[in-house]
Design a protein around this ligand. Sequence first.
Ligand code: ADP
Length: 433
Amino acid sequence: MSNPWIRELWRMAVLFGSALLFGWWLGVPHGAFTLALIIYLGWHLYNLYRLERWYYRRKKTLPPDAPGIWGEAFHHIYQLQKSNRQRKKRLSSILSRFKESTAAMPDATIVLSEDDNIEWFNKAAKTYLGLKTKQDVGQRIDNLIRNPRFVKFLSRGDFSEPLELPSPLDDERTFAYRVVPYSKNQKLLVVRDITRIKRLERMRSDFVANVSHELRTPLTVVSGYLENMIDDQESSADYWKKSLYQMQGQTARMTRLVEDLLMLSRLEDEERPLLHDMVAVPAVLTALIEDAKILSGERKHHFTLECDQALWLRGSDKELSSAFSNLLFNAVNYTAKEGRIDVRWFQKESKVIFEVQDNGLGISPAHVSRITERFYRVDAGRSREAGGTGLGLAIVKHVLDRHGATLEIDSSPGEGSTFRCVFPESLAVHRDS
Ligand code: ADP
């Protein structure tokens, strides 16, 4: 009889049965039965009282002893309490370990509530941002970090990229702010000191810019002399002329390399263009196609231009011309003679698109993802032959980033490529309106 309920039913049967028998013997069966009922109810009430007392005290004491169903109930509640206590202990040790590890982290870590109020922060947050435990817990974070770019970053809600800003306490240091949303509307703000990385990046780009700048003058002098020597018919015998032409070709290549490197370091260093100026893209494209025809020369590519004449763009004239020309000249360089090159400039729904399509060599998918890296070429020999520097698409990518635009590439080997620059509608200007 392991089931406590069956035992309890037996107990009831014996109690009420014997009360009835005894009552019958005395001639008061009803009275005896009622008495048994009162005793049974009293016993339940008494145990309920003991349970309530024991539970109320909430001490880790053993439950009171009781026979029958009450003993079972006490035992189950006790087991439940015990496992709850163990779980609580485990959770609080995890929590304190988490707090200890985040407190020891070198990056400033701040827990923010749904309304961006500070709930908790670690030691590094005090040194990095000057937060004070007593004063600042419960304050809004944008009351303490007041930089407008930070305020905008926090309210925008797109935390895919970190925000880089000078430290609020020391202009010489640069911090990267990263927000990690978690659980229900809570956020973790992690602030990392990237001063050293920034300094190294600046040193690298300064170095490249300085070297390129220093090379410019000697290259101009050398190519000037080479031109003179080629022009001077008497001094240049035929066997010299070939070498001179080769030297001139290489000097021109070095000059292009230096110009591209300088362009890239300018794009990296300078502030983003303000996007106030309006660029007459249709006129720029017409001029670029004329240049492309000259580059095509004997190769006689067929050019078409489909262009929305009323569509202009906000941005930097110089940068956009450089990006568009790189794409157009690549199409010329990587398309066989008499191939087709179609240029399009149009708005489609909320996108403003510049597109160059060719039926040239095409690029296999394995290369497409890496093609905008500096000096990445599918075929270095062919690129050099075409006068390429390996920096053209890196420049295009930078220019597009600075205009909030993206580069899309559709290409398949042997069939041709389409390079598409997709600008946000906010940059479009409709001249007729
Ligand atoms: P490059 O100066 O070598 O042309 P880019 O950065 O402009 O450097 O281009 C990188 C590489 O991408 C090129 O070397 C070439 O292999 C490939 N590429 C670029 N445009 C095209 C195109 N329209 N068709 C085929 N391949 C292309």
